[in-house]
Design a binder for this molecule. Sequence first.
Ligand SMILES: Cc1cc2nc3c(=O)[nH]c(=O)nc-3n(C[C@H](O)[C@H](O)[C@H](O)COP(=O)(O)OP(=O)(O)OC[C@H]3O[C@@H](n4cnc5c(N)ncnc54)[C@H](O)[C@@H]3O)c2cc1C
Length: 591
Amino acid sequence: MTETEAQRQKEIQQAEELLFAGPQALGFAKGLFQGHFVSDWVMPYPRIPAAQQTELDKSLAELRQFLDKDLDPVAIDREADIPRKVIDGLGRIGVLGMTAPVEYGGPGLTQMANCKILEEIGSRCASTSVFVNAHHSIGIRALLLFGTHQQKQKWLPKLVTGEQLGAFALTEKEAGSDAANVQMQARPSEDGSHFILNGEKRYITNASIAQVLTVMARTPVPGSNKTAITAFLVTPDMPGFEMLEARMPKMGIRGTATGRFALHDVKVPKENILGAPGKGLKVALTVLDFGRTTFGACCTGAAKTCLRLAVEHANTRKQFNKTLGNFHLVKKKIARIAADAYAMEAMTTVTASLIDRGLEDYMMETAMLKVFTTERLWECINDAFQIYGGSAYFVDLPLERMMRDARINQIGEGSNEVLTSFVALVGMRGPGMEFKEIYDTMLRPSRAGIGRAWNAGMNRLGATVRVPDVPVRSSEVRWFANQLGRLIWRFNLAVNRALIVYREPILDMQLVQERIANAAMDLFASTCVLSRWDSELQFARRNGESGAPKNREAELFLRQSFRRIRGFLGGLNDNDDKAILTAADSALGDR
Ligand SMILES: Cc1cc2nc3c(=O)[nH]c(=O)nc-3n(C[C@H](O)[C@H](O)[C@H](O)COP(=O)(O)OP(=O)(O)OC[C@H]3O[C@@H](n4cnc5c(N)ncnc54)[C@H](O)[C@@H]3O)c2cc1C
């Protein structure tokens, strides 16, 4: 077996273990790749239950009051530190343990409600929202999801109040995007009572201020010479824990403490293992799903701030005797920010609701949300920046800070390139397996094989002849729903065609994957927007409002998103891929 083949086998085995353990309900994103519109997960637009909404409103009011008074994003950026009184205040309001169950001291809010809290913080200070994410979305997430009752009882109460802080430590020098390549070693002691950890972690948010770190390390697989990743709870008071760099100086989110640490023969009791031994990669990736969801919320908050700032400036700054908002090229930017902010909120809400409603596998949706919202926010900030002209460049306005802060979003918690490729490959796996069934049976016919191939063929055929129905309730959005259905049908044809034309090599064709993933992301975003718009129309109708409320942002978003989707699908047949790859190879030289 060549090295590449061995690597591919390893990746497939890891992916199988992570993603495809047993039959599961068909999620929305996977459905898209099969040509289905799985409406139950996205329509009607999810709402926070009334009882919880009251509690959330109270928390939000308290949070806003506190942030107005005590949060100074400029000072946090300048001093590269989040003051303890801010952390304590967030703990007091309950922000640091929002989703923790009541029995462990949290308010037990849903992920949807939690996203509203993060949106509020993200609209004001990215350092603070990343700090909260590092602690609550990922730092204590493995404990919340995979901890035993005893572990939760022992560790959670202090973590949910912020008396203690959490961190999530996966990244190492050799394990960045390639998260499975963790090298930190965890050797079992002879008596089996503990593990001995050795290795280094880097780029870890909260590492130097956390009292409890979820650390991924490699443990031997009993009865074989293999190793697998296991999640451990590590505390910095354990002998052998060395903080190499408490606060690595950096460009943005400067208030967060991003650190490097080493473990030298650190003895960690076996009781500190989270989840099953050897299943740490699944633990890590599930944790990151939650992080990616609140990422979407933080980006939504920041995009809304961009809109507010852009509108304020466009309505007051005069040039050529007119306010800037009179110029069409300024209008275009403002319209796009408004449309994107609306879509980002809708997509975050729907994705969070998938978690709350118990969809088992939402990895694709959270990956789509993360890529989409982080890319859109970058554009929003750039547009708002441009509207402010030279003034945005100076540090007395928030936009230069927002730009520095936002740059990490496309890299952290899975770089957008890796997630884009992931979305395409995982999505194509379903139809790909059906085609494989058909090919294999054609090459080696068998009675059982023919039955399976027939079913697979009918599935594929069904999706190519049927335009999926997008069940909206308001006549005002019916045209958009029909368009969306047709685009999903076209998308399915394009996926089928790519699988038939490229077959196995498509696994390495990232330019093709990118178009397919981008189209899928816009289909998901459009669905969320349509669902939200439809529900707003229904709400207005129920409240007896006469005439359909116009929703200009939603309409613009759908028009632009549909145009982008057509562009991505068109690019599958008309592109410069060969020239791109040749020019890149020429620049890269001999490797
Ligand atoms: C401020 C900050 C805070 C962080 N906080 C944490 C934390 O709390 N916990 C934690 O564990 N980690 C944390 N990280 C680490 C972060 O998750 C990693 O930086 C990220 O996963 C990327 O890894 P890398 O930096 O090693 O980049 P690399 O893996 O070297 O990737 C570099 C670039 O190569 C490209 N690339 C890589 N692989 C592929 C591929 N397969 N296909 C196409 N392109 C590819 C992408 O463009 C990518 O951006 C943090 C990082 C920063 C900067």
